[in-house]
Design a binder for this molecule. Structure first.
Ligand code: SF4
Ligand code: SF4
Length: 475
C-alpha cells in the first residue's frame, strides 16, 4: 500500500451526505481571509508566521492555523444502520482466495480521469508529467505571491534542519497493486507490472540494513508490497538479521484475499510484522468511492481476520490504520478522529486497532492532476500555505528516513521518489545514488534534503508523515 492522497471525480457527482459536508468545509476554508495578497505579495510574504514574542505557541496555533480543526470528525454522514450485524456478518471467509483485480480493471475502463491520465502518460511519459506538475504547483504559488518552499521557510525564520542518523529505511518494492485508488500518489494499479524490485536489489537493501544499526524500522511499501515475489524473503531475512527490528507492511487489506495470499495473515503474525492499513472512512460508500467497488467489505473482512489472528490484541502484533481526506481539505484532529474510528469500528464490526494516522493529501500525482483539472490547485496550495505550522519543521520525516525505490534509487521520502527527486542530484531528472553506490546509509549524511513546493503538504496543520501528524495536537 502506498502512503495515500486524493478524491475522485465521482465524489463530485455523488449526492451523499459526506459530499455536502465536504462542500460546506470548503466554503469555510476558502471563505476565510487570505493570508497572501497577490497585489501586496512582497509585504505579505515578509511577515513571519511564527508566534510573535509574548504569544504562546498554543495561542499562536489557534490564530495561525485558521483551518486546522475545522474538518469535522464526522467523516461519514451515512450512519451505518447495521449495528446488529456486528462482526459475524462481516467475517467473510468466502472472500479469501478471490481476487478483486477484475473488478479494479473494469472500474478503470470506465474511469474517465484514469483514462485521460493514461493517455498523457503514453504521450509525455511519467517524467514529463512530473515536470508539468511541478510547473503547475510553481505557477499556482506565483499567482498567490508565495515564494518557493525553501525561501518561504527562510521568510518564516525557519531553517530546514540537517539530516539525522537514519532510523527508518522505507522500501517501495513495486508499483503493482490489486487496487487503483483515486488518491494513489504512486499511480499504482494492476497495470503496473514492470516496476518490481528484483531479488538482487532486495538483498542489497538487507545488507544496508545490516550495516546500519541506527535503523530501527524497515517500512515496506508499494503498490501492494505483498504481491512482489520477494516480499516474504525480505521480511524473513530482515527478521533473522535483526530480531528487534520493527518491520512495517503497508497493507491495503484486500491483498489478504488475493489468490495465493490465504496464508498471509499467518506469515505476518509469525514474523511479528506491524501492519499499517489504509481505511479512509468507516462508511462503505466513502471507502468504495475512493478505493474501488467492493473494497469496503473486503477491508472489513481483512481487519476481522487480523484481529482473529491476534492483531491489536497481542502487544507484539500492532495494527494501525491510515486516514486521508476524501477531498481538498486538511485532516481532522488525529486524536479525536481516532476515538471516533475506534467507537464506530468496534460498535459496527467488532474491530480493534491500535492507532490512527491522519495523512494530508499531497499535491502530487493523481491528486494534483485532479485539482488541476478542476482549477483548484491554487486554492489547495493556498490552504496548505495558510496553515503552515512551524512546529512541524523539526519533525519532518525526511530528516531520519531513507526511501528506496523498486529500482534501488535513493530518495528523501516516498513523495520525492514519485517525483523523481533523487538524492545526490540537483535537477528533477532521475539520477543520483542507488543502493549499489553506497556502503552505508551514513554516506548520505552530508547530502542536502531535496525540498520543493509539495513539501507544504508536510507542514500544514498538525503536519503529515507516513506515521501521521507530526506536531503535538491541542488537548
Ligand atoms: S492503488 Fe494500491 S498502492 Fe495505491 S493507494 Fe490504493 S492500495 Fe495503496
Ligand atoms: S515531501 Fe518534502 S518535507 Fe515532506 S518528507 Fe518529503 S522532502 Fe521532507
Amino acid at each position: 500500500m502506498a502512503i495515500v492522497l486524493l478524491i475522485l471525480s465521482s465524489i463530485a457527482l455523488s449526492s451523499n451526505a459526506f459530499f455536502v459536508n465536504h462542500q460546506s468545509s470548503r466554503v469555510r476554508l476558502y471563505g476565510s481571509t487570505r493570508l497572501f495578497d497577490t497585489e501586496n505579495a512582497q509585504e505579505a510574504s515578509l511577515t513571519p508566521l511564527g508566534p510573535p514574542s509574548g504569544i504562546t505557541t498554543s495561542d499562536h496555533k489557534k490564530n495561525a492555523l485558521p483551518d486546522y480543526g475545522k474538518t469535522p470528525i464526522e467523516v461519514d454522514k451515512i450512519r451505518l444502520e447495521e449495528r446488529s450485524r456486528a462482526s459475524e456478518a462481516w467475517r467473510r471467509h468466502d472472500l479469501f482466495g478471490s481476487s478483486i483485480i477484475n473488478q479494479t480493471l473494469e472500474d478503470l475502463e470506465v474511469d474517465v480521469d484514469f483514462q485521460d491520465t493514461q493517455k498523457r502518460i503514453n504521450t509525455i511519459g511519467l517524467e514529463g508529467m512530473s515536470k508539468e506538475e511541478r510547473t503547475q504547483r510553481r505557477r499556482a504559488l506565483d499567482n498567490l505571491g508565495i515564494p518557493p518552499f525553501a525561501k518561504f521557510l527562510r521568510q518564516q525564520q525557519q531553517v530546514m534542519p540537517k539530516r539525522k542518523p537514519p532510523k527508518v529505511l522505507q522500501i517501495n518494492i513495486g508499483l503493482y497493486c490489486n487496487q487503483a485508488c483515486s488518491h494513489c500518489h504512486v499511480e499504482s494499479s494492476p497495470l503496473r507490472t514492470e516496476e518490481v524490485m528484483t531479488a538482487e536489489t532486495a538483498a542489497r537493501c538487507l545488507e544496508l540494513l545490516k550495516n546500519n544499526p541506527s535503523i530501527t524500522t524497515l517500512d515496506i511499501t508499494g503498490g501492494a508490497p505483498e504481491l512482489n515475489p520477494h516480499f516474504r524473503y525480505l521480511v524473513r531475512m530482515a527478521r533473522s538479521l535483526r530480531p528487534d527490528l520493527e518491520i512495517i507492511d503497508r497493507c491495503n487489506l484486500t491483498v489478504l484475499q488475493e489468490p495465493g495470499q490465504e496464508d498471509l495473515v499467518k506469515f505476518l503474525k509469525e514474523n511479528k510484522v506491524h501492519v499499517i492499513a489504509s481505511l479512509p472512512c468507516y462508511s462503505a460508500e466513502n471507502v468504495n468511492t475512493q478505493r474501488g467497488n467492493g473494497v469496503f467489505e473486503r477491508s472489513i473482512a481483512a481487519l476481522i481476520a487480523l484481529n482473529d489472528a491476534g492483531y491489536s490484541k497481542d502487544p507484539n502484533l500492532r495494527l494501525d490504520l491510515v486516514y486521508n481526506p476524501l477531498g481538498a481539505f486538511l485532516p481532522p484532529p488525529q486524536g479525536k478522529l481516532e476515538t471516533q474510528y475506534k467507537e464506530r469500528l468496534a460498535d459496527n464490526f467488532g474491530i480493534l486497532f491500535d492507532q490512527l494516522f491522519t495523512i494530508t493529501n499531497m499535491p502530487i500525482k493523481r491528486f494534483a492532476d485532479f485539482l488541476h483539472r478542476r482549477g483548484e490547485l491554487e486554492e489547495y496550495m493556498e490552504l496548505l500555505v495558510r496553515n503552515f505550522n512551524p512546529d512541524t519543521v523539526p519533525q519532518l520525516m525526511c530528516l531520519d528516513t531513507v526511501s528506496v525505490s523498486w529500482d534501488g534509487r535513493i530518495y528523501d521520502c516516498d513523495f520525492n521518489q514519485q517525483l523523481g527527486y533523487a538524492v545526490g542530484v540537483d535537477s528533477i531528472h532521475r539520477g543520483g545514488k542507488t543502493v549499489f553506490d553506497i556502503e552505508s546509509l551514513d554516506d548520505l549524511m552530508n547530502l542536502p534534503i531535496r525540498t520543493d513546493n509539495h513539501c507544504f503538504g508536510c507542514t500544514a496543520g498538525m503536519g503529515s508523515s507516513c506515521q501521521g501528524a507530526t506536531a503535538q495536537e491541542e488537548e
